[in-house]
Design a protein around this ligand. Sequence first.
Ligand code: BMP
Length: 276
Amino acid sequence: SSPHLQTYEQRAKKHGNPAARKLLETMERKKTNLSVSVDVTKKKDFLAIIDVVGPFVCLIKTHIDIIEDFDQTVIEHLQELSVKHDFLIFEDRKFADIGNTVALQYSSGVYKISSWAHLTNAHAVPGPSIITGLSSIGLPLGRGLILLSEMSSKGALTTGSYTEDAVRMARSRRDFVVGFIAQKRMDGIGAIEADDVTEEDFLVLAPGVGLDSKGDAMGQQYRTPREVVLESGCDVIIVGRGIYGKSDQLDVENVRKQAERYRQEGWSAYLERVSL
Ligand code: BMP
């Protein structure tokens, strides 16, 4: 049956990529398909939010380049928290250049993303060479790549044949590409008869998730965990402001409450889905 009707545990056993396998195992063990996107600019707030939501998530999503007071201790603490709370790390870098450049951006510079992020992502726009470049660094380290095949923002150009071509790119590199940023499952999309799609299991990570708001003033659009997981078959819900609210007024107790609430919503939608 289609991967989204199988349990995360069943899928973990069959997955060929170590980062995807570890993520699926973590989801099953902690009973969570929640990823929190920690988009704040101070390292103190960044680490405080992660310490509070850690018990409720399978994956922490970062934009490491928005932290104003970044230094190497941010990564050290992030890694300590990932062990303490048992979650994986996903740097939402959205690479979008030629293979040689993305290989350097992934491995080098200030952030050395490949040394600490289990997952990172890339736009499909440069074509297959972006996967060649990133995999030359990430594959030996056991990392996984997520391709953006759809975006959550109003008017996104990631539709139709672009989405199909992105899925085709992923299909030809299943050793390294483990899933998509998308709004729905991509099973069989763009496949031609010669493609064997029966063995493919792409994880679908869905941003644009919120319970109390339909969007923001800059084009973001929100759907509920139930819409995303049950109706659209996505595997991981990515929630940012829905959990930490306004970062200049951090209310730690409320952050904990919201993380538990989204975990519960996402997990019950998953349970309903696999029991269909
Ligand atoms: P929020 O829940 O606060 O709207 O945050 C969503 C997060 O997901 C942001 O970090 C954004 O960069 C990311 N994201 C998105 O919203 N839509 C996409 O299509 C792809 C993303 O990575």
